[in-house]
Design a protein around this ligand. Structure first.
Ligand code: NAD
Ligand code: DAU
Length: 352
């Protein structure tokens, strides 16, 4: 079959990546979707089992820092679109091991930019380098205000500094070499297949197991939560309708303190697991705050709403209920990713 687009998705075996791959493979049978992933601790082919039989889907194991492999892939498949999601993505890990974030998020992105530039040079027609980034590059908000496409960069963790650097490199390749690019900066995602180092799946897992729920500081930091499938829909929208050289902010209009999120999870899980109301809240344990902990993130997503006609399809109450149901129905997935190396990580991070 001749495909009309050859799309290289990096990090497609990760949390957001698998939803993006699924959205594209199912919606566009005439596109070939290449999932390029190194399968680090965060990448898992179990996230994509439902797509194995699809003719327009192919997995390629590889590291975005491997320049010669990337060159071969661009040559062999005639890739014309890149959706770049591969990254080290967890802030706490960036605090203990910043260099691995520089390696993947900065050097890996530049390697990928080079591969695209060299393969496409002289013919940028129908080509696009789409870089998926985070709202954390804008730093931390006080009580008021929102991040927009005009907000100045002010990254405050090794993770956000590495993502900010990668954003700058993408824009620099656009300016210097004319590489057609688009960038989106999204707020916190939640939903199925998220690795349980991140707040929501970690809390669900601990409640199931009757383990302490670690709350950093006072639990009053605020995040703006977006259901992951809505982020995948937004990425599809930007891929098809976004203007080259532009940036889009994506968010859920669902600001919550961490303690609000945790209380919701405790109460809903008590109900769903048939436990007495208030039982899970007893697991809440206040622990040492994250170093340099950003206070509040919130996105003004009006540009993607008004220009590209995207908006979230569901709000937090509905999304969190679906999310909890998914983790309860897929306890095997959760158990498989929380054995082995996870236990070492957990002990080092939380000391219990
Ligand atoms: P994740 O950690 O769940 O997945 C990352 C994926 O990248 C994994 O499959 C991993 O194997 C792969 N990967 C890591 N290093 C690689 C390398 N060197 N070469 C090839 N593949 C490699 O991350 P996520 O939460 O799905 O985030 C995906 C992207 O979206 C990241 O760029 C992140 O910065 C961005 N983002 C995430 C969120 C969020 O809330 N999770 C919000 C906004 C933006
Ligand atoms: O804003 C987008 C970003 O959201 C993405 O770019 C990152 O990849 C993603 O990891 C996420 O970053 P956060 O640091 O906001 O997410 P995390 O789930 O790690 O933490 C959410 C909040 O919960 C944060 O304020 C820290 C707090 N927290 C987290 C953990 C893991 C706790 O209180 N206890 C915990 O054990």
């Amino acid at each position: 079959m001749k495909f009309s687009q050859i799309i290289l998705v990096t990090g497609g075996a990760g949390f957001i990546g698998n939803h993006v791959v699924r959205e594209l493979v199912n919606k566009y049978p005439h596109y070939k979707v290449l999932n390029f992933d190194a399968l680090t601790y965060a990448g898992n082919l179990r996230n994509l089992l439902d797509l194995n039989e699809n003719e327009n889907y192919q997995f390629i194991k590889g590291d975005i820092c491997d320049a010669s492999l990337l060159k071969d892939i661009f040559d062999q498949y005639q890739v014309n679109k890149v959706l770049h999601l591969a990254a080290e993505s967890h802030v706490d890990r960036s605090i203990t091991d910043p260099l691995s974030f520089v390696y993947t998020n900065v050097m890996g992105t530049v390697n990928l930019l080079n591969a695209a530039k060299e393969s496409w040079y002289g013919n940028y027609e129908d080509k696009l380098f789409y870089h998926i980034s985070t709202d954390e590059v804008f730093g931390s908000l006080g009580e008021e205000g929102f991040f927009t496409e005009q907000t100045s960069y002010d990254p405050r963790s090794p993770y956000s500094a590495s993502k900010a650097s990668s954003d700058h490199f993408v824009r620099a390749y656009g300016n210097t070499y004319g590489l057609p690019f688009v960038i989106s900066n999204c707020s916190n995602n939640y939903g199925p297949y998220q690795f349980p180092e991140k707040l929501i799946p970690l809390v669900i897992h601990n409640i199931r197991m009757g383990k302490p729920i670690p709350v950093y500081g006072k639990g009053d930091n605020v995040r703006d939560w977006l259901y992951v499938v809505d982020h995948a829909r937004a990425i599809d929208t930007v891929l098809h309708k976004g203007k080259v050289g532009e940036t889009y902010s994506i968010g859920g209009h669902n600001e919550k303190t961490n303690l609000d999120v945790i209380h919701t999870l405790c109460d809903k899980l008590d109900e769903k697991l048939g436990r007495a109301q208030g039982e899970s809240r007893k697991l809440i344990t206040f622990v040492k705050d994250r170093a340099g902990h950003d206070k509040r993130y919130a996105i003004d997503a009006s540009k993607i709403g008004s220009e590209l006609n995207w908006e979230p399809s569901l709000q937090f109450e509905e999304g969190i209920s679906k999310t909890i149901d998914w983790y309860l129905d897929n306890a095997g997935w959760l158990e498989s990713v929380t054995s082995g190396e996870y236990l070492n990580y957990y002990k080092k991070q939380y000391q219990y």
